[in-house]
Structures are given as structure tokens and as C-alpha cells.
Design a protein around this ligand. Sequence first.
Ligand code: SF4
Length: 184
Amino acid sequence: MDSSDVLRVAGLERESIVDGPGVRFTVFAQGCPHACPGCHNPQTHPPEGGEPMDIHGIFRNMAQNPLLRGVTFSGGEPFMQAKPLARLGEMAHGIHLDVVTYSGYTYEQILEGATPQNGWGDLLAQTDWLIDGPFLIGQKSLDLAFRGSRNQRIIDVAASAKEGRAVEIQGFSPRRRGRAPAGK
Ligand code: SF4
């Protein structure tokens, strides 16, 4: 197995209904640098924790489930392992699943921080919706769909690239049938 195909995983949720629209396969990436006070998943913070997994094995798992609408990359901080997640996102798009990515970074920070080495641009390109920003306990709300605090936005990544600014949406669009792989 190619080392770039290895992802350190904190956990997998094979049928989630709380990480984006529809039934989703959620990958919790291991490793997070943000240290948000009140974080519910401190075990995901050490980058050397979790379990190394081959992304092809994860993909085979998700491809077996006809009920899935999409895949969600959560964490931890998915952008710490942007390259293997971008490859997994591309494979998911190839079977017409959509991709939601959570990040403790904002959309603007990801654009500013992207380099060819870190693969942040690749993961953003394979993301349909980015749920961005750290969990801020002072802005915690139980009324928000799919988010923990009011600062976090749901961003339509394709529309944002087109308009040159973060385009925030209030709800997810219906399933995009027959969606071509991202970037094609
Ligand atoms: S970004 Fe998420 S996992 Fe990381 S510290 Fe903040 S709430 Fe916890």
C-alpha cells in the first residue's frame, strides 16, 4: 500500500444522519491542532493516535452501501491529512456521493494556507460543502443543524470559487443526481 493512501482514523460511522444531508459515511480523521475549549473529542487531538487505515479499504466499505447520499470528513482536523482525504473524496465523487468536510479552519484560512505540499487545495476541490471554523463555546447553540456554535458556516465550495468569496448556505440542496467527479 502506497503511504499516501494511509489515513490515521479516529473512528468511522457507517450510517450517520447527523453529519450532513441524508445518510452518510463519516470518517473521523485523527489529529487536531485547534484545542477548542469544550471540545467533545479530545481523544482525536494527538496526530499519532487513532488507527492507520488504507483509504481503498474505507472506500470499499462505503461503496457497498446503496443507502448513502454522501461522505463526511470530520475530526479531529481533516486538513491535517488533506492529501489522503482528497483522494478518498475523489473516489466518493466517482460513485456519485457528495462530500461534506468539517474544519476548525475558516474557508479564508484554508485558501491562504494552501500549498502544493499540504494538499489543502486538493481537499477543498473535493469538498461540496465545507462546515468551517472552530467550536467556540461562547457561541454554542443546540439549535443549529450540523454545527456546534454560531460562528460555524455551511459553505458551498463551488459557488464560493466562482464568486471569489465564501458563499454561505442555510440548508443543503437536494441530492445532486448524476454528479460528475469534482474538477471534471
Ligand atoms: S476543531 Fe473540532 S476536534 Fe479540534 S479541538 Fe476544535 S472541536 Fe475539537
